[in-house]
Structures are given as C-alpha cells and as structure tokens.
Design a protein around this ligand. Structure first.
Ligand code: NAD
Length: 452
C-alpha cells in the first residue's frame, strides 16, 4: 500500500525523531481539538446522541488533558534512564533508551470514537512513530472529521487517517507494521492478533468483557447507587468499562434498587427519552441485539424503547440466570442485571469463576472486604467505592488482562507502549581484564565466580 511505504520512508528519514517535531504535532492535535470543538461535539451527537457535557468530559476535554500532559512531560519521560553496571563490566555505563518502533497502526472503536482513536495517536506521535489511524466506520461522522479535518493539522508525511470498513482493516492487517494498537471486541481482537503473528508484529489489544460491580451491605447505598448509575448510563451504557452487572448482598438488594431508580430519575427525569443528557444506541443492529438480551428476563422497572430514535430507557433486570445470554455476553447498553448473593465473598467467587474483566468495581466500607477484592480478583483495573474514575488519573495505566486484553496506555504508559526500551552499555577501552577470555583456568573461574 502506497501510503504505508511513504510513512515507512518518512520514519527511515528520521523526521519524527526530534523532540521539536513531536511537540509541534502534539500542539497541532491540541489546536485541532480547541478550534473544532463544536464540530466534534456535533459529530458525537449525530453518532451517539452524546450530550455536550458528556462529549466534553469523555472526549474533547479528556483528550486535551491527555495531549497537554504528554506535551509537558515528554522531555522528562524521554530522558535515558541510567542504571548501575556490575563490577565485572567496569569501567562502563548502562542506560535504558526509549526509541520509536517505526510505523504503527491504530484501529479505533465506535463508542468513544475520538478518544479511542486520538489517545493512542498522541502516545504514538510522542514516541516518535509514523502512524496510520483507522477510526471505526460505525461512528461515521466522527471518522469523517478525523479524515477531513485532523489531517489538515498533522504532518502528512508522518500521519495518515484512512476511513473504511472491515475490508480496509483486513487489507491493513496484511502489512508489516511495527506495532498494532487495536480497540474493540474480542472477536476482531483475535483476527488482529492472528494477522500480526504473520509479521511478528507486537500488539496492544484493548478489548471488552463483562465488568462486575460488587456491593456489600456495609456500604453507603445512596452514594453507591449514584456512582453505579453514573458509570452505567453514561453513553447509554456503551462504555467498555461500564458496570455490566451488579452482585449485591441480599440485605442491601432492595435499598440499592430503590436508590438506583431514584438516581435514574434524578439524572434523566421520569422520561429519559426527553433528557438532553441521555444518549442513544449506536445503530439498529445493536438496538435489536439489546432487545433480544431482554427476552425472558424480569425487568424491575417498566421497559420503554423507541426504534425510530434508537432509544432504550435505563433498565434494571432482576436476577437473570447465569446461563442466560444477558449474563454470557457483554451487554454494552443500558440494561443492568442485579443479582442477589448471600455474602460478599460469594460475589467475589462469582467473579473469579469467570473471565478476567476489564474493570471491576467493589463498594464496601469494610477494609477487610476491600482487601479481599484487591487480593482475590484479577482484573484490568480495580476501583473501590466508585466506577470509572481511575480513567482521570494519568499516573494509572489503562488496559486489560487475560480475556480483556493485553498492553496498556495513558500518559507515560502510552509512550512506553509505542517505544522500545533499548538497553545500552558503553564500555571503555581501558582495563581489558583477561579473566573472561580463554584459555580458562581454575584460578580464572574462581575470580569470575567472585565478580559475577
Ligand atoms: P468496531 O465495530 O468499531 O470495531 C473495531 C475495529 O475493528 C474497527 O476499526 C473496525 O473497522 C475493525 N473491524 C471490524 N470487523 C473487522 C474484521 N472482520 N477484520 C478486521 N477488522 C475489523 O467496535 P466493536 O468491536 O463493536 O467495539 C465494541 C467492543 O470494544 C466492546 O467489546 C467494548 O468493550 C470494546 N471496547 C474496549 C475498549 C478498551 O479501551 N478496552 C474501549 C472501547 C470499546
């Protein structure tokens, strides 16, 4: 593919190496975001019915924070890290040097179309790579803005935005990229990894799964409900780290249900369809999928949906069976199963018996229960007494484990994902001790054993 060859040639010419070039490109992304804020927010409204505030918090504002944080710290992050040198290799110096990988591919997902495309791009540019960005075709309005407008801000010799569907993705995946950063579902994640294996290309897979919420009877139920409702119904439940289902101790079940219903009302009124703050389902196919997940389930509140607007109300599902579809696949929509458990530990065991989630949330005031969750549950990210807030801490990496993905990013972690940390040892010509050279003797071996 011509554009791939051109980007590789640019990388080989070294145009992306200087810190000044990287900073300039990061400033260009910042300018793109500030100068086109209303266009971006409009596109997100068309794609997902996102409210202005939500589009700002989770996309434009999130990215501005990300790009500024990266720009301000990049010089420091790139400083070679000195490490000590053992006596046997002295005189000599050792360090770790971050070097860019080359030409990388970034494949975005549709639910946070700007954030999930540009946040990896910021890291790839900061690390000094050339990149092809392929936004998700499903969020077509956002993809169009990245293709038509973002590209006017960035160095065309180093960054290309290509729009297309799975056939373009398939074509791109044939190429020998130096890294592939994919965000999306597990099915395509496997396709990406298989294709990457052909060229031994390293991958970062930001996948999904079912993110559980544990609620102890020893928690502040009102605050718990608000925080679950915030995380669940943001973007109409279409967030990779949205609470997928709740495991609540039976004594706290009714208070939690009441408080969740109250939070829905407080956030989105009695008629969420008319609330400017409540989003829509991305397309007809996902709308139908979500209705099917409700088949045979008992709803706690009254169902309400409108196909013409792809609207589904925030819904609570009562105690679905473990083998029902809603408990087998990632919901990725506004349905929230509430499952009663006999004890907090039973909830932990329930999670441990399933695939490792991308995020796990636990609400409890009890330090011992908090410690149990920390030590017993393996998850991409763990948040105690809140949902999704860890995304706001640049000092914490974001990524999955096991079935929820591999690799991580955000802040300095993103820079490292798109870099090779090259170990460098520099020796001096002085003191060329013959100890390590043949012919060996028992005397030499004795000294070597002491020095190594
Ligand atoms: P999607 O349909 O937008 O697909 C993602 C990417 O894969 C797109 O660029 C698309 O063009 C490409 N693609 C689709 N079919 C392909 C094929 N056959 N071959 C090659 N490429 C193909 O997104 P999706 O998969 O519906 O995204 C939703 C999933 O993503 C959920 O599981 C969610 O949890 C997960 N997700 C994870 C994160 C994260 O950061 N870990 C963030 C958002 C979403």
């Amino acid at each position: 593919m011509k554009v791939f060859e051109e980007l590789r040639a640019s990388f080989a010419r070294g145009i992306t190496r200087p810190l000044s070039w990287r900073i300039e490109q990061l400033k260009a992304i910042e300018a793109f975001l500030t100068e086109n804020e209303s266009l971006i927010i409009e596109a997100l409204k068309k794609d997902l019915g996102k409210s202005k505030a939500e589009a700002w918090n989770t996309e434009v504002g999130f990215l501005l924070k990300d790009v500024r944080h990266t720009r301000k710290n990049l010089k420091r992050w790139l400083k070679p890290r000195k490490v000590s040198t053992p006596a046997v290799a002295k005189p000599g110096r050792s360090k770790l040097l971050l070097e860019p990988l080359g030409t990388v591919l970034i494949m975005g997902a549709w639910n946070y179309p700007m954030q999930l495309s540009l946040s990896p791009l910021i890291a790839a540019i900061a690390a000094g790579n050339t990149a092809i960005l392929k936004p998700s075709e499903v969020s077509a309005n956002s993809a169009r803005i990245m293709h038509e407008i973002l590209t006017q801000y960035l160095d065309p010799e180093a960054v290309a935005v290509l729009n297309g569907d799975a056939s373009l993705a398939t074509e791109l995946l044939q190429l020998p990229f130096d890294h592939i950063f994919y965000t999306g579902g597990n099915r395509v994640g496997k396709i990406v990894m298989r294709a990457a294996a052909e060229h031994l290309t390293p991958v970062t897979l930001e996948l999904g799964g079912k993110s559980p919420v544990l609620v102890s009877k020893k928690s502040d139920i009102k605050v718990t409900a608000r925080r679950i409702a915030w995380g669940k119904w943001m973007n109409a439940g279409q967030t990779c780290i949205a609470p997928d289902y709740v495991l609540v101790e039976k004594e706290a079940y009714q208070p939690l249900v009441d408080a969740l219903l109250q939070s829905i009302k407080d956030f989105y009124t009695d008629d969420p369809q008319r609330s400017k703050d409540y989003g829509r389902i991305i397309n007809e196919q996902h709308f139908r999928r979500l209705l099917t997940l409700m088949d045979g389930q008992t709803l706690i509140n009254d169902s309400d949906f409108d196909r013409s607007e792809l609207y589904i109300k925030p819904l609570l599902v009562d105690n679905p069976a473990s083998d029902s579809a809603i408990m087998q696949e990632e919901i990725f929509g506004p349905l929230l199963p509430i499952i009663r458990v006999d004890s907090f530990q039973q909830g932990i065991d329930f999670v441990r018996q399933r695939e490792k989630p991308l995020a796990c949330y636990a609400f409890s005031n009890d330090k011992a229960e908090q410690a149990d969750v920390e030590h017993q549950i393996s998850t991409g990210n763990l948040c105690i007494n809140d949902t999704m807030m860890f995304m706001l801490n640049d000092k914490l990496p974001f990524g999955g484990v096991g079935n929820s993905g591999m690799g991580r990013y955000h802040g300095e972690f993103g820079l490292r994902t798109f870099s090779h940390e090259k170990p460098v040892m520099t020796r001096s010509f002085h003191l060329d001790v013959a100890l390590r050279y043949p012919p060996f003797s028992s005397q030499k071996l004795k000294w070597l054993k002491k020095l190594m």
